[in-house]
Ligand binder design. Sequence first.
Ligand SMILES: Nc1ncnc2c1ncn2[C@@H]1O[C@H](COP(=O)(O)OP(=O)(O)OP(=O)(O)O)[C@@H](O)[C@H]1O
Length: 327
Amino acid sequence: MSIEVAGVSKRFGDFVALDDVSVTIPSGQLTALLGPSGGGKSTLLRIIAGLESSDTGTIHIEGTEATHLPAQKRNVGFVFQHYAAFKHMSVAKNVAFGLEIRRRPKNEVRARVDELLRLVHLQQFAHRLPAQLSGGQRQRMALARALAVEPTVLLLDEPFGALDAKVRKELRDWLRRLHDEVHVTTVFVTHDQEEALEVADEIVVINEGRIEQVGTPDQLYDEPANDFVMSFLGPVTRLDGELVRPHDLDVLDHDRVLGATPGTVTRVVRVGFEVRLAVRTAVEPDVSVVLTRAEARGLGVDVGSPVWLVPTRGATTVPVMPRATAG
Ligand SMILES: Nc1ncnc2c1ncn2[C@@H]1O[C@H](COP(=O)(O)OP(=O)(O)OP(=O)(O)O)[C@@H](O)[C@H]1O
């Protein structure tokens, strides 16, 4: 059982937002839709939610054909970046809303709201108004509200996107722990690779309306399907027509390794525990290399030093491919 997206395409006028997308999103896991802005992540999420209809293709949610079901019949919970709370209702009332319109017994509603507020660590704020919460607390309330009606799937569209970096990071850890407690099938949209790598069980990389790769964070990082995925999931540099990660390069002070590329150090910058080098080779642009402080000290490199570069044994490398432009 899972979310099955098969052959889904979506155009807005002449613009192709999704181009024949097929993917299976596993049950009970936290899946990230990751990709650059405008790539089609939100459109796919909205089609799964039933907030947007696809031009072609089908959606099954946990075995039920949902392609033509209205949003309210799909049993999905949805949280947006800017969550629209009922301003005049307390936090507890906001969370209770979905249960009350379903006319659940009062004591059941009270017990469920208590449980949810505990889950999102907002028990002490039950009687506040949404305006009296911080941005992060408001998003946690939004999650509690979405979970109240026990959705089959929880869909989150950049739920922490509007918050500052520190709060985002806290909420990311919190979402992971919450999911480990609740285990509801969850799909969240993000353009932040670190967020996806840290939180998700599975990542779907979407770019220009197509799926580039699906896999666990480790699979995507260690075995990227192509140069797009490799460069989207962390820093890369180019050496001899291949992409490699800057910390996956060995810097040598001799030419005794076959195939090592000669160059000259043009920049040395120390940032915290690492030392970043720029190395000029016969091919532009300069190659970026990241060393530990100890490695840099051992080599004794400085601006003007001659060096030879070679990917570390076992390093991930991907050939740079010319890409067709969209349209
Ligand atoms: N209702 C619409 N009418 C016209 N174009 C739209 C509409 N909704 C989305 N698009 C276009 O479809 C493309 C994909 O949008 P979508 O919101 O799915 O991207 P995204 O990957 O979620 O990006 P972001 O991270 O910026 O939200 C964009 O180019 C967008 O401008």
